[in-house]
Write a protein that binds this ligand. Structure first.
Ligand code: MG
Length: 386
């Protein structure tokens, strides 16, 4: 039995991970679960999987769950509970599906533990890739991406010499506004932006797919995971989300990884890495694979896409600033305060004002705070709350 720790267990990645655990003969066992505040959902997962230890970062939610907890499951609570859980749980693979900056410290704790980090919290790399990748090596851990594109790239690169990569073709569905006019994008409602054509994901990533900010995070993720500069990363819009990404080699050969859009594929691959274990997932399908289209991205309608490349050039805290400002701006969009295109404007403003060198984690914490403050002030100017 492989022992799994699932961080963000009540979210999209977490619940799809538990679907795989539930499969008869999965060979997987839950060593620990963590959520932020969804105590009722976590309580149901505890009933079903009986992990020895769980965590809730929201103390009020923890107080609610405590009364319903079976004997034999210990509960950790508070802002440090994720790191405590990583330190106390006995696991081989951590599926890290926490969303946003909140997942950063847990990534470093998993790196230090020497276990496999199946990373869906792409923000950890975007914010601190320059520090996290060496920390993984120092801890003897391994890092396997749980992002469909990056899982695809890692699979295409298996057994290949990284020096023979000409470029990565990072695919993007184009989101719900791929064919919309600039005017329609400017007037997009929250509901329209949340209606992703292919993938079922949490709200922050779904809004990021509408602005292509998610693809910008993924460009940075490619940069840190595979050590490539922006000149070797090309985004290809592929509306069917069947080709999850491609690698073009120096001899002109292009290798693609394909499958129906289902996050359980990359989760399963990461959990069992470096082995291929059988899974009850669909493969090739004549009906849905009939047509595969590719388009160049439009930076005029989707200016967020250019910001990731700018962050690679700048290095330091740029990725951290971009992520922090985006988190703040997406919340404001979801609250109906600002139009969709304002998200990229707020993020760009924060990058100009706050990005700088960041040799240590403390510098990134300071940059994160500065960027959030800057974004809040910009939002206040756009849409005063008082
Ligand atoms: Mg992705």
């Amino acid at each position: 039995m492989k022992r799994l720790l699932v961080l963000g267990s009540t979210g999209s990645i977490g619940s799809q991970t538990l679907e795989l655990v539930r499969e008869p003969g999965s060979g997987l066992q839950v060593a620990g679960l963590a959520a932020h505040s969804s105590w009722e959902a976590l309580g149901r997962q505890v009933e079903e999987f009986r992990p020895p230890v769980v965590a809730l970062t929201d103390p009020q939610a923890a107080a609610s769950l405590r009364a319903h907890l079976p004997a034999g499951t210990r509960l950790l609570e508070g802002p440090d509970a994720l790191v405590q859980l990583v330190e106390e749980a006995d696991f081989e693979v951590a599926v890290h599906g926490v969303v946003g900056r909140a997942g950063l410290e847990a990534s470093f704790a998993i790196a230090a533990s020497g276990a496999t980090l199946a990373l869906a919290n792409k923000e950890s790399l975007v914010i601190a890739g320059e520090l996290l990748v060496p920390a993984i090596e120092a801890g003897g851990a391994s890092l396997v991406p749980v992002d469909s594109e990056h899982s695809a790239i890692a699979q295409c690169l298996r057994g290949e010499d990284p020096a023979t990569v000409r470029r990565i073709l990072l695919t993007a569905s184009g989101g719900p506004f791929r064919t919309a006019s600039a005017e329609d994008i400017a007037n997009a409602t929250v509901e329209q932006a949340l209606a992703h054509p292919n993938w079922s994901m949490g709200p922050r990533i779904t809004i990021g797919s509408a602005t292509l900010m998610n693809k910008t995070l993924e460009v940075l993720e490619v940069h840190h995971l595979f050590g490539l500069g922006g000149d070797r990363i090309q985004v290809a819009v592929h509306p069917q989300s069947i080709v999850h990404s491609m690698v073009e080699f120096t001899d002109g050969s292009v290798i693609a990884q394909m499958g129906p859009p289902d996050m359980r594929g990359p989760i399963h691959y990461a959990i069992h890495h470096p082995h291929r274990a059988p899974a009850p997932l669909e493969g090739f399908d004549f009906a849905s694979f009939r047509q595969l289209d590719f388009e160049e991205p439009d930076l005029t309608r989707f200016p967020a896409l250019g910001l990731g490349f700018r962050c690679i050039e700048r290095g330091g805290s740029a990725g951290c600033v971009l992520n922090a400002a985006d988190e703040v701006a997406v919340e404001a969009f979801l609250a109906g305060r600002i139009p969709l295109p304002a998200i990229a404007d707020v993020v760009e403003g924060a990058l100009e004002a706050c990005a700088g060198p960041a040799p240590a984690l403390a510098d990134l914490q300071a940059a994160d705070e500065a960027a959030r403050h800057h974004a809040h002030e910009a939002l206040e100017a756009l849409s005063p709350t008082t």
